[in-house]
Design a protein around this ligand. Structure first.
Ligand SMILES: Nc1ncnc2c1ncn2[C@@H]1O[C@H](COP(=O)(O)OP(=O)(O)OP(=O)(O)O)[C@@H](O)[C@H]1O
Ligand SMILES: [Mg+2]
Length: 258
């Protein structure tokens, strides 16, 4: 079983020495591919910091982060942004939709930024999956918080990334809609061979995770079922396979747009 994500003694602190806040402190985690990991912990325990360091959106103060076998904690910004465009989907706690774009344009944005062919049919299909068919032309400001969250999830999945990071992806949703979203993420793991790491406070979500990590004061205090529930028969190399698919898509689009 390959580990798609590895953190070794990862710390992230803010502020000056002596009075530094340790948002994350010496966290060691290995995440096997084709698994769904839930990260829990009280507010301020470091969950968002963990996710952002793991996804290469933030740099640890010390320690090593490897994604798909590559050390991203030392990667240059250029390589890092390419990796984020091609292999990573990220759902922000605050959604981060672009207000001037329509719902559909927001969902298609990662393809556009990566110079790939935009696939409006796929965007519509994903929007329907998150319960937003008919809202393609709305602007984020015309949607409820939960609807915006669902647009952010569709946007994170449009590139079929090898790894999806989601910061409380069901936090603004009712139970039923939350369950639908979880089905979608579970399917990305079980059918597409993706790896999902999500932050949640919801026991219904952790019940369907392969593994639960718990943070407190920036430290990993519990790691239940390391590797448990992951599919040994799913085979290795989803990360590599997905890179090939993306390369193919870029070629089909006639090369890079940027
Ligand atoms: N940019 C920053 N500057 C200073 N301190 C920060 C910064 N970002 C986060 N922190 C601190 O790091 C700690 C962890 O924050 P983080 O956002 O990771 O928590 P969290 O577990 O995601 O909380 P929540 O459940 O409320 O989203 C907190 O004490 C927070 O105040
Ligand atoms: Mg957070």
């Amino acid at each position: 079983m390959n580990n798609v994500l590895e953190l070794e003694r990862v710390s992230r602190s803010y502020g000056r020495r002596g009075r530094a806040v340790h948002a994350l402190y010496e966290v060691d985690v290995q995440v096997p591919e084709h698994s769904l990991t839930a990260v829990m912990g009280p507010s301020g325990s470091g969950k968002s910091t963990f996710l952002q360091c793991a996804a290469g959106l933030d740099r640890p103060t010390s320690g090593v982060v490897r994604l798909g076998g590559r050390e991203i904690s030392r990667m240059k910004e250029r390589g890092l942004s390419r990796l984020r465009r091609t292999d990573i989907g990220f759902v922000f706690q605050s959604f981060n939709l672009l207000p001037a774009l329509t719902v559909q344009q927001n969902v298609l944005l990662p393809l556009r930024l990566d110079g790939r062919r935009r696939d409006p049919a796929r965007a519509r299909e994903l929007l329907a999956r998150v319960g937003l068919d008919g809202r393609e032309d709305a602007r984020p400001g015309q949607l409820s918080g939960g609807q915006q969250q669902r647009v952010a999830i569709a946007r994170a999945l449009i590139t079929e990334p090898a790894v999806v990071f989601a910061d409380e992806p069901t936090g603004s949703l009712d139970q039923e809609t939350g369950a639908e979203i979880l089905n979608l993420l579970r399917e990305a793991v079980d059918r597409q061979g993706a790896t999902v790491v999500l932050v949640t406070h919801d026991p219904a979500v952790t019940a369907r995770a392969d593994r639960v990590l718990r943070l407190a004061h920036g430290r990993l205090v519990q790691d239940s079922g390391a590797g448990a529930g992951t599919r040994a028969d799913a085979g290795a190399g989803a990360f590599a396979a997905s890179r090939v698919t993306h390369a193919g898509a870029a070629a089909a689009a006639g090369g890079q747009v940027r």
